[in-house]
Design a protein around this ligand. Sequence first.
Ligand SMILES: Cc1cc2nc3c(=O)[nH]c(=O)nc-3n(C[C@H](O)[C@H](O)[C@H](O)COP(=O)(O)O)c2cc1C
Length: 198
Amino acid sequence: MRISVGITGASGAVYADRLVAFLVKNVDRVYLTLTPTAEKVLAHEISDRESILLRSLNGQLNSEEKEVLRLFKNNDYFAPIASGSSVPDAMIIAPCSVGSMSRIANSISSNLLERAADVCLKQRRPLIIGVRETPLHTIHLQNMLKLSEAGAIVAPLMPGFYHKPESIDDLADFMVGRLLELVGVDHELYKRWNARMI
Ligand SMILES: Cc1cc2nc3c(=O)[nH]c(=O)nc-3n(C[C@H](O)[C@H](O)[C@H](O)COP(=O)(O)O)c2cc1C
């Protein structure tokens, strides 16, 4: 499976970090793009030297990670994910700012992340928008409706508490698990509701 991950300058870099760390170990290829603001927010929110995103940006991936993870500059329209001819199986954008979400809803394609999302929409591949902002005004809501009508799945980053998280990683893993379910990737990141009855 080939999954594209886009990271924007919304708060919640921990979601992206745990998502990418999981995918790199569990799928064939991960295409990664960060907006310039995403890189700044990441540096602000994550200080763990083991962070796969920080290591990726600093060229410190090990050989197994390098085999799976392809990092593209956000102005690199020559990247495969910019073209419908090599569209990935799915794209997850998390965390997604309302700015990027709104530009994608209007097909602006002003950078690789937005273009890659547009390609998924036109090729009818799952596009998951993990939007993070609160509160939301009418234009945000209208843009989310547009996206949903165009086939995207709007999945606001709203962790639940019914699985009794004991740490921030637990909270993030719940949300990451929900995103993975939307692109058909199996996981055991959190205990499912009434798991014994499934
Ligand atoms: C620390 C920090 C946290 C932010 N959190 C959010 C957020 O949760 N949601 C959001 O839509 N924008 C947030 N922003 C603002 C975005 O970074 C800003 O709108 C930026 O233009 C988004 O650009 P991008 O979508 O190209 O990354 C935050 C900015 C900073 C510096």
